[in-house]
Design a binder for this molecule. Structure first.
Ligand SMILES: [Fe+2]
Length: 176
């Protein structure tokens, strides 16, 4: 699809965020099970729950901005994938399945990858909210602002958990 307007760019960005949130929603419950630190596991569960809400919000916004095209009408949305979040979450899943990694080191790696996913989404929501404001779509800007706030809060909580998880991994390193 040719991107001719900021509105079309916004739709593509929201489509990409939707793909990322769906991956997060489906992957984080397994990561929560793989994490050995209870706080990290809880943080992963929270991220899965938040992603479920964000998918619903994005579905509503996209339904309004770019309803599915009628047969024969040009499609505004393309089936966008989110290769970045897909690659990050694939790495998380591989780590979760790897039983040879020290549990504390695995937790440190999982926390780092989860932080990448969160910051990737943060950047996406920040751009999308700016574009929604610029095209005068205040309702979409407000909705995206709520998800952006959720991502900021989750990133702050995860940073605290990661600091503790990293400390435990460093203690293992000193013992080795
Ligand atoms: Fe999210």
């Amino acid at each position: 699809m040719k991107i001719g307007t900021l509105r079309q760019l916004l739709v593509l960005q929201l489509d990409s965020l939707l793909a990322s949130e769906r991956h997060a929603r489906d992957t984080f419950p397994n990561l929560a099970k793989a994490a050995s630190a209870p706080d990290l596991s809880e943080s992963m569960q929270e991220q899965a729950a938040t992603a479920r809400e964000h998918v619903i919000r994005l579905d509503h916004v996209l339904e309004r901005l770019a309803p599915p095209a009628r047969p024969g009408a040009p499609a505004l949305r393309s089936a966008t994938e989110s290769p970045t979040s897909q690659a990050l979450l694939r790495q998380c899943a591989d780590l979760a399945e790897n039983t040879e990694v020290d549990p504390h080191v695995r937790d440190a790696a999982l926390a780092a990858l989860a932080s990448h996913v969160l910051h990737h989404e943060l950047a996406g929501y920040a751009s999308a909210r700016s574009w929604a404001k610029l095209i005068g779509d205040d309702e979409t800007a407000r909705t995206l602002g709520r998800s952006l706030d959720d991502e900021h809060a989750a990133a702050r909580r995860l940073a605290e958990v990661a600091a503790e998880v990293d400390r435990l991994a460093a203690i293992d390193l000193l013992k080795a």
